[in-house]
Ligand binder design. Structure first.
Ligand code: SF4
Ligand code: ZN
Length: 122
């Protein structure tokens, strides 16, 4: 056991929409009985990439004692492709563009790096 950062899921807030599953590159999250669950704490690196994706604010990062992150195990996890992950401006998908999660007016959206400068600079 080590003390490190790891995801915390608030099941009261989680609607089971599944938007956090594919963005987790480690394959650590699955929807089980209608709620997002960490399938194994070894798979969560605690980077928190999923946080911005959740429309309900159900995800957060906390520091606590848990098992060490296991990179080899994450590489063996099946990767989920989610075709709904597209740039909200140009519609580009992750196959061809780099995408980032954004929050705007209580919405979670994706933007590609080509469209991002226009948002920053107006
Ligand atoms: S994105 Fe949020 S509300 Fe949707 S399944 Fe994941 S934790 Fe639950
Ligand atoms: Zn774009």
């Amino acid at each position: 056991m080590v003390k490190r950062t790891i995801i915390k899921i608030d099941e009261e807030k989680c609607t089971g929409c599944g938007k956090c599953v594919a963005p987790c590159a480690e394959g650590a999250i699955q929807i089980i009985n209608g709620k997002a669950k960490v399938v194994s704490e070894e798979l969560c690196d605690g980077m928190g990439f999923c946080i911005g994706v959740c429309p309900e604010g159900a995800l957060s990062i906390e520091e606590r004692h848990t098992v060490e992150f296991n990179r080899e195990k994450t590489e063996a996890q099946p990767k989920k492709k989610d075709i709904s992950i597209r740039c909200f401006q140009c519609g580009a998908g992750e196959d061809t563009h780099y995408l980032l999660p954004l929050r705007h007016k209580m919405e979670s959206i994706w933007v590609c790096t080509r469209c991002l400068p226009r948002l920053i600079h107006g």
